[in-house]
Design a binder for this molecule. Structure first.
Ligand SMILES: Cc1cc2nc3c(=O)[nH]c(=O)nc-3n(C[C@H](O)[C@H](O)[C@H](O)COP(=O)(O)O)c2cc1C
Length: 151
């Protein structure tokens, strides 16, 4: 991962967005989830990463956004984490102009709230790529692989 001290902010920062879902390891409890979120909140600000994490029905869903190298570096670490497996990339967008969740270092969102959060983000998205990603994820929630998260 890029050292934050070496990171130079561009006037119009080029952002990268990565969204995935995965299967949580057996027996992962609320305490383990809180631990993951605490670690994320501790590290993410120094790497300019924001986003959200949902845990429901044994499935994780995470939205990561930030400088490209940092997002990709973090994703490599997360993918190797034994607390989950079967990581499936749902969306990856480069050259995104806006953060969807600028105030969330890593917000734990209830599975029952994820639809509302994504609808709200879709309505506020100004980048057409983000809008499309959000529309696609909402469709996945209704009909596709993400349905298990909320059902
Ligand atoms: C589903 C999931 C999401 C995670 N999200 C983040 C994250 O956003 N930021 C982060 O630093 N670590 C995250 N982690 C934890 C990392 O995989 C890794 O354990 C951590 O970055 C190592 O930090 P440490 O060296 O301080 O223990 C996540 C882990 C899992 C299983």
């Amino acid at each position: 991962m890029q050292n934050p001290d070496e990171h130079v902010d561009h006037p119009g920062p080029v952002l990268h967005t990565l969204v995935y879902c995965s299967r949580a390891a057996d027996g992962l409890d609320a305490e383990a989830i809180d631990q993951i979120v605490a670690t994320a909140k501790h590290h993410n600000p120094s790497f300019g990463i924001t986003g959200l994490l949902v845990f429901g029905s044994g499935i994780f869903f995470q939205w990561l956004e930030g400088p490209r190298e940092n997002v990709i570096g973090l994703m490599r670490i997360i993918t190797a984490d034994p607390r989950h497996s079967n990581v499936v990339l749902l969306s990856e967008e480069d050259d995104v102009t806006d953060r969807m969740f600028p105030n969330w270092d890593m917000e734990l969102v209830e599975a029952s709230d994820i639809r509302e959060v994504l609808v709200d983000a879709e309505q506020h998205a100004t980048d057409p790529k983000q809008k499309q990603t959000l529309a696609q994820l909402l469709e996945e929630l209704d009909t596709g692989s993400l349905g298990a998260l909320v059902n």
